[in-house]
Design a protein around this ligand. Structure first.
Ligand code: CTP
Ligand code: CA
Length: 222
């Protein structure tokens, strides 16, 4: 049994969480991806389930997973697959936390056969993927709460507030890749929670502890 039983302050709540990278296929063996491991999103799913929530975890391709009770995992590969499941689950959700590193672009076509090399450069045309966050934000009902993530290399606060407004988030989790031991590939993270008129700074912590800080803020909003 767990050493501590979390307060059941998310009992009866349905929470959608997106996590991990997306892979955008170029051909049957190659794809465009990114360095997200899904660790922060999985930590959020585990923390939310421990606090009594029913969690739908829409998880991009990663070797990490969870078998904790209360979490339904939907394994997806591309942004478009993640989009389809997320839109469906959002209708029944009380809140969503969008921790996935969704590819902004995909190859305009996926070749049926392996691309053969030729002399000279190869040009690949990329087209925009759906913005899952913006769409959920647009369809957000008054009782629903939407939490976004941002990782910025410059003008963090300004960019985060732009996304907060554009995507209709209730608050945004800002992490800077400049912080040592934070974000991609690490087991720890250092965040700021950003609303229109407030910024709350947190210490460097394990992703599990960071998850509980984020959920504390969400519970206040629900
Ligand atoms: N997001 C999403 N779907 C996308 C892109 C982003 O749901 N197609 C979500 C991310 O999961 C995150 C938030 O939107 O919660 C911000 O992602 P980010 O990549 O920082 O924002 P973008 O609008 O894509 O802007 P940028 O040009 O800085 O990448
Ligand atoms: Ca992006």
């Amino acid at each position: 049994p767990p050493a501590t039983i979390a307060v059941q302050d998310l009992a009866g709540k349905a929470i959608l969480i997106t996590a991990g990278p997306t892979y955008e296929d170029l051909d049957p063996v190659r794809y465009l991806g990114n360095r997200s491991t899904g660790r922060m999103g999985i930590a959020l799913a585990e923390a939310a389930a421990a606090r009594g929530a029913r969690v739908d975890l829409v998880l991009g391709p990663t070797k990490l997973t969870t078998d904790q009770n209360g979490i339904t995992i939907h394994n997806v590969r591309s942004a478009r697959e993640m989009h389809a499941v997320s839109v469906l689950k959002w209708r029944q959700a009380d809140a969503a936390i969008l921790a996935a590193a969704v590819a902004d672009y995909r190859p305009s076509r996926t070749e049926a056969g392996k691309i053969k090399k030729k002399d000279g450069p190869l040009t690949v045309k990329l087209v925009r993927n759906p913005d899952i966050a913006a769409e959920l934000g647009q369809e957000k009902k008054p009782h629903q709460r939407l939490v976004g993530f941002a990782l910025e290399t410059e003008n963090g606060l300004e960019n985060a507030r732009g996304k907060l407004k554009r995507k209709n988030f209730d608050f945004i989790v800002l992490n800077s890749p400049n912080d040592k031991g934070a974000a991609f590939g690490h087991t720890t993270n250092k965040i700021q929670l950003v609303t229109n008129n407030k910024v709350t700074d947190f210490e460097l912590k394990t992703k599990a502890a960071v998850a509980h800080d984020i959920l504390d803020a969400l519970v206040q909003e629900l």
